[in-house]
Ligand binder design. Sequence first.
Ligand code: ADP
Length: 215
Amino acid sequence: VVTSAGACRRWLAADPPNIEKAERAAERIVAEASRASEVIARVRGLASGKPPMRDRFDLNALVLEIVELARGQIDRHDILLRLYLPEDLPPVFGDRVQIGQVVGNLLLNAIDAVMAEPARGHEIEVIASLTKGGQSVTLAVADSGVGFRAGEAERLFDAFWTTKQDGIGLGLTISRAIVEANGGRIWAEENELDGATLLFTLPIARGANEAETTA
Ligand code: ADP
């Protein structure tokens, strides 16, 4: 915002003033300020401690919805997306809207990561499975992208940690807050595609926790 505002002033102060370029800089200011305010609104919502609206839902169906939202980007970048969504996966218990944000965030990060590694095949796998013990479901998003440096798996979740030119570094911080508020865990691993795998768990829905429904 500050950079674009500086540019805007310079274009207006030029002799003659360059109105067209000043206008474009003003448009960038509006777009970036809106983006920042959206991020802050989301963080405030979480920080205000409102309990998630948890209910039972089908994680596979949610994944398919989010994939459809990202379909344009996936096709445009020629990404090979494989989905492993077993039909017999039990329903999970959580805030469907919040978990949708997490899945979307992991998918967009995976797309960014494969696009940053143009020399390799662009592959993303989304794998749902029942966790050992059968008390929770794990969703893994694995990509063949840039990956991360050894020892930095936990850093990815730090607020404002970003390696992207236009990144903010709050996506995974917010994702972790959401997953933990919903009784799950989220972490990162390296994978055999030489990229990153981001995984999170959610408790499966059963009689007892369904009684906690806050919707
Ligand atoms: P942002 O996308 O704005 O950078 P995030 O919190 O979503 O913020 O991600 C933080 C950082 O974690 C990214 O900048 C990147 O360095 C790393 N990261 C996240 N997802 C992946 C991934 N799939 N592969 C490699 N690095 C990743």
